[in-house]
Design a protein around this ligand. Structure first.
Ligand SMILES: Cc1ncc(COP(=O)(O)O)c(C=O)c1O
Length: 390
């Protein structure tokens, strides 16, 4: 899948994206995938909502459940999914906790994750397994698995008759690979496995982000769908909606799903109300043009890092707006090596990137968003070539 990497050319910037973000110019932000960046027009929509909130807090709260419901229905339409199965949540971390709290586990059950899974979610699965007497099974997916089929086979190799639940990333965080694709999910369903899909990166990036057949699917709108931070979505299969166990019981509890999940007492609901403005913006810019730009730029960035800094590119899933490469041997052998290298890349090369330790070595991940330019990846590649030489 990376054979054609050497032909990757930098895409032209989208003129309409000029001035759209407020990320500072004193660093190249090549790490959109970690925390997102909210476009200025969406920041303004949320600011107006906050102002309205402060003018008459009572009035604002009186109307909130109805406004949250309207935002949810808009978001469901933008995600092309069923509004009755969708709840708004703060983020994927919260959605994963709800799913794990809802699914019954019995001693001896096996819960499947992969070694590419997001650390906090895997830890939540491990805790739930320890509490219920279930067993955590980690499928090893080789870093150099050449394509989706190889990933699928690696996951299925770890499935036996005791695996009852699989918690899998749609797009993995450290390695930017597709894992929980439709084919693998169908295989797991056929084996009677309950499927939980971490789609943190899917909304905004993938044309059909929500897999309607997953038992639980959740994603973030604050990564790639231009929404304010603390905007996540949880989609549950119809067989689960009546059983969903909210993390906190509050006033909407008796009304059932999704209000019982969404209403968490007095807190800031403006990110959800402003989220549809993110989808509006994506549509105005042209979702296909944004996707072509970001996927093309990530691919070009991977090419220059491989060519100029000598990093080994990892196989990539086409259409993903992040790419990963292996750092040379001896770099980032453990968690404590991450921060010093990230800080040095920021200080000496003026660039923000993501780095993870992996099997005694390191993996570097770049992201691409509309505010990024090819020169930022070229500068990083040239600077890294010197920095990694020591
Ligand atoms: C695959 C994956 N899952 C979960 C998360 C956690 O997202 P949040 O912190 O918004 O809950 C991330 C964040 O980077 C992620 O990449």
């Amino acid at each position: 899948m990376i054979e054609d990497l050497w032909t990757a050319e930098p895409p032209a910037p989208l003129p309409a994206a000029d001035g759209l973000f407020s990320v500072s110019a004193d660093a190249a932000h090549l790490n959109h995938g970690s925390f997102g960046a909210v476009p200025v027009p969406v920041q303004r929509v949320q600011e107006r909502l906050r102002t309205e909130h402060e003018l008459d807090p009572d009035d604002f709260f009186a109307d909130l459940p109805a406004r949250v419901g309207a935002a949810r229905r808009r978001i469901a339409a933008d995600l092309a999914t069923d509004p009755d199965r969708l709840a708004l949540v703060s983020n994927v971390t919260e959605a994963a906790a709800i799913a794990l709290d809802t699914i019954p586990f019995a001693p001896g059950d096996r819960i499947l994750v992969t070694d590419h899974g997001y650390g906090a979610v895997t830890q939540a699965v491990a805790r739930r397994a320890a509490e219920t007497g279930a067993e955590l099974v980690v499928a090893a997916v080789p870093l150099d698995a050449p394509d989706d089929q190889a990933v699928r086979e690696a996951v299925l190799a770890a499935v036996d008759e005791r695996v009852t639940v699989a918690v899998l990333d749609q797009i993995t965080s450290p390695t930017a690979r597709l894992v929980a694709g439709p084919a693998l999910l169908a295989d797991l369903r056929e084996r009677g496995v309950t499927t939980v899909v971490d789609g943190a990166h899917a909304p905004g990036m993938l044309p059909d982000p929500v897999d309607p057949n997953a038992d639980f699917w959740f994603g973030n709108l604050h990564k790639w769908a231009f929404a304010p931070r603390a905007t996540g979505v949880l989609s549950v299969g119809p067989q689960w909606t009546d059983r969903v166990r909210p993390l906190a019981l509050s006033w909407e509890h008796d009304k059932g799903f999704p209000g019982n999940v969404e209403w968490r007492g007095t807190c800031d609901y403006t990110p959800w109300l402003a989220a549809p403005a993110g989808f509006d913006l994506l549509r105005e810019l042209g979702a296909e043009a944004v996707a072509a730009h970001n996927a093309g730029l990530a691919r070009y960035g991977q090419r220059v890092l491989a060519e100029r800094a000598g990093l080994a590119p990892l196989p990539a899933t086409p259409g993903v707006w992040m790419r990963s490469l292996r750092l040379p041997a001896g770099w980032v052998e453990a968690e404590q090596d991450v921060r010093p290298l990230k800080d040095e890349v920021r200080r000496r090369l003026g660039t923000r990137i993501a780095i993870r330790p992996w099997d005694g070595g390191g993996v570097l991940r770049i992201s691409a968003q509309l505010y990024n330019r090819p020169q930022e990846y070229e500068r990083l590649a040239d600077g890294l070539a010197a920095l990694l030489k020591g």
